[in-house]
Design a protein around this ligand. Sequence first.
Ligand code: ADP
Length: 270
Amino acid sequence: LADTTLELQIIPFGINQKLLISRDISQLEKVEHMRRDFIANVSHELRTPLTVVGGFLETLSDMDGAVPDSTRSYFDMMQEQTGRMRRLVEDLLTLSQLENSPTIPQDTEIDINALLSMVMNEARGLSNDRHTITLEADTTLNLTGALEELHSALGNLVSNAIRYTPTGGSIHISWKTRGTDGVFSVKDTGLGIEQQHIDRLTERFYRVDRSRSRETGGTGLGLSIVKHILTRHQARLDIESEFGKGSTFSAVFPKARLVHKTSTPSNQSA
Ligand code: ADP
């Protein structure tokens, strides 16, 4: 029985009676393990050839006369698609690494000011002045966890807000307490999402509008990565949205992940 995993379920029935159902899920776990290993191996193997092809395409693109004007559009398409494949492979690798190691690599106090300024700089770069981006942060509130992972998760929510908000829209980023929780939220005035999609957004490759996601450089894995990272930090992702009006994505961290500092709060806008 050492290699056997049993799933137990207790179902009440009749008056004061209970039914105990035990199910052997060892095979399911084995298959799941194989699936994860397979994805990790394939992504890893694809990484090098894609890097080589992408590198040579870039070199050719920079060489005078290497790409004739008549074939430039084909060439650009090749570069664009190679870039897409590379992003996909990187996201698949990230996801399989997250799935294969259940705990975070380091658990330290994170300087929230440094993290927010990295996220804000990236947001400004990505938006390129097409949106109004504002930040409201309680800088007395620090977070604990793995910096690289949290940077990736929060950055992902902000980059989605920018990608799914047309030019002229606004994005409001905030970090504050709500009850005993710490909430990082990103509110946009973008496309919004119909209710029936909301529960499925964190599934791998689930996209409301495939062509829009592709156009803006999406892989369909971003929110799945965000959810894994937050779960590893005992945090959750809340999504509120109104179709045609905008969305708010919030990462909600429990009290155990928060450190209250003694300086004063500040507001900032960009
Ligand atoms: P993608 O790479 O396609 O953006 P994600 O996993 O990050 O993949 O997001 C899944 C889907 O959720 C997106 O394809 C998009 O349809 C929807 N979505 C995510 N963020 C937003 C947002 N801020 N506004 C509207 N739709 C969003």
